[in-house]
Design a protein around this ligand. Structure first.
Ligand SMILES: [Zn+2]
Length: 299
């Protein structure tokens, strides 16, 4: 396999760059956002049907190839499906990896990206040796690596739990700005400053608060809201990045609401153990590094 396709690197770490779903009509909800009837996205008809938004634990789906295009720079292929379980890289979360298998062989997916203007999900990769060709109309079985999905979901969800722990500890003046949820050295970053005496004790207090959230087994929630509703729930959220009138996906992991298009654990208990390993405060940013049991890559 050649190098990754252009622009396949870490696109951005902005956790607020969440998923919006254009919708002709408002999402019907029974009451407060805390009690949604369904985690399914509202129907949009735009782009690839993204099954990972509705179910973190779904690892496989039959799908139909819509388009196959060569990527000359890398020698890879770019495949578009009608629906997918593959989560694209973005919001600080790595892409899923896996295979599209079909009677003629196998296509190995090594990178997944979303075109935000069209909502299409691109599966980049190469054919397995001896495989026949993949073309529009081919029926495939799309399967992600379930262990890698679990690692990505847990690392990413721990970032949300960190925000929840910060809120619970009433650490004031910090605004979450960036998250990096890869297994080599995950961290979340906040804009703001910390008093020296607060910083010294924060590492231990955060780790303890995270453990408390995990032991309370806080269930995760997903709702779709209009921009004004998002601002009510998450004051300060940057809703200007979403198309006007779109329903915005907002998640609650560990007790904290945040617009997000990632995959999340269903319950904070699945995080098992999150340890804050380092807090670095410099020039108006506070970087909190952490580890999640069973998720770390060897250095
Ligand atoms: Zn998220």
């Amino acid at each position: 396999a050649g190098p990754l396709p252009p622009a396949a690197g870490l696109e951005d770490g902005d956790r607020l760059k969440a998923t919006a779903v254009a919708s002709g009509k408002g999402l019907e909800r029974g009451g407060a956002p805390a009690g949604p009837a369904s985690q399914d996205p509202p129907p949009s008809g735009l782009g690839t049907n993204k099954l990972y938004l509705a179910d973190t634990y779904r690892t496989e789906t039959p799908a139909v190839v819509v388009e196959v295009e060569p990527v000359p720079e890398s020698g890879d292929l770019k495949v578009i499906l009608d629906k997918t379980v593959f989560h694209p890289q973005g919001g600080g979360q790595p892409a899923d990896k896996g295979v599209l298998s079909f009677p003629g062989g196998e296509f190995r997916v090594s990178m997944v990206k979303e075109d935000r203007s069209t909502g299409l999900v691109f599966h980049f990769g190469s054919m397995g040796s001896g495989s026949g060709s993949l073309e529009a109309g081919t029926e495939v079985d799309a399967r992600i690596d379930p262990e890698w999905r679990s690692v990505c979901s847990r690392l990413h969800s721990a970032g949300h739990a960190m925000d929840a722990a910060m809120t619970a500890l009433a650490v004031s003046g910090l605004t979450p700005t960036k998250g990096y949820h890869f297994p080599d050295a995950p961290y979340v970053e906040y804009a703001g400053t910390l008093a020296a005496e607060e910083k010294d004790s924060l590492q231990e207090r955060l780790t303890n608060e995270l453990q408390s959230i995990i032991e309370k087994q806080v269930p995760s929630k997903v709702v779709y809201l209009s921009a004004p509703e998002v601002l009510e729930l998450c004051p300060g959220a940057n809703v200007s990045i979403f198309p006007e009138g779109a329903m915005i996906r907002v998640v609650n992991v560990g007790g904290c609401w945040c617009p997000c298009g990632g995959t999340h654990v269903g319950n904070a208990s699945e995080l098992e153990r999150v340890t804050v390993t380092r807090i670095k405060a410099k020039k108006g940013t506070v970087k909190v590094s952490y580890e999640v049991t069973g998720c770390m890559s060897k250095k």
